[in-house]
Ligand binder design. Structure first.
Ligand code: ZN
Length: 241
């Protein structure tokens, strides 16, 4: 089975629609979502609606949790706080309840799914250091663990090797070790590439690839400005930062 792994949509409907179009072309069998469906972008309800109708496993992100009030937004930066306050006024009650009901972590076969880190997932740790990566590896037992949260795609091996696109294999094609795989962000990429990012995994062979999709950034940015959200949230989409 080929599955699509989506993360950090952040209310960016034009990006999500373009990704779903690509996913339909690729004829993927199943979709899972790593959270942060809302926050920053101006289409929270539309994005939650699509995730609810298309995704099988959905785990909670810190912006989802901040919006429902389960996580304090005091630690969010100013732009994040403003966006959460705006989103709280827009979100439909049924979508609010859906986000509140999401699990922090899920496991399916040889794969773990979590927004930030499998080590204390409600602490929303960013895996940017060797120490945080080592703590993450000690907290899951499957071959692979998919994460989002940093909005920067990366593949980290258990020996702390870093690969941008494909986990290394031996001559027989077997994975050489366990991996943490960050699938990047659909709605607010921060790796200097404005194209929406998502992951595709073959669950039988564990072959993985990162897919980038061009979308209508202008449309997403104009909607952010029109909604009265901070213009900085619109501008960053053009640079992918
Ligand atoms: Zn995020």
């Amino acid at each position: 089975m080929r599955i699509g792994i989506l993360s950090d949509i952040h209310g960016n409907l034009p990006a999500l629609e373009s990704v779903l179009k690509k996913i339909d072309e690729l004829r993927l069998d199943r979709l899972h979502c790593l959270g942060d469906i809302v926050g920053y972008g101006s289409f929270p309800n539309e994005c939650v609606e699509l995730v609810r109708s298309r995704c099988t496993i959905v785990v909670k992100g810190n912006h989802d949790s901040g919006m429902t009030g389960e996580t304090s937004i005091d630690d969010f930066n100013n732009l994040g706080q403003q966006a959460i306050k705006w989103t709280r006024k827009q979100i439909l009650p049924e979508h609010f309840e859906f986000l509140k009901s999401l699990p922090m972590m899920a496991t399916d076969g040889s794969v773990t799914y979590v927004h930030s880190s499998p080590a204390e997932p409600d602490q929303w740790t960013y895996i940017f250091s060797i120490r945080s990566a080592e703590e993450a590896f000690s907290a899951f037992t499957t071959d692979l663990c998919f994460i989002g949260h940093t909005h920067v795609p990366v593949i980290i091996g258990e020996d702390m090797s870093i690969n941008a696109y494909t986990p290394p294999r031996d001559k027989s094609g077997n994975l050489q070790r366990r991996f943490l795989i960050n699938v990047g962000s659909i709605g607010q990429p921060r790796d200097g590439n404005p194209e929406a990012a998502f992951g595709v995994l073959d669950t039988e062979t564990l072959a993985y690839e990162l897919v980038r999709v061009v979308y209508d950034v202008e449309k997403a940015a104009a909607a952010i400005t029109k909604a009265g959200l901070p213009t900085a949230l619109a501008k960053r989409l053009y640079q992918g930062v």
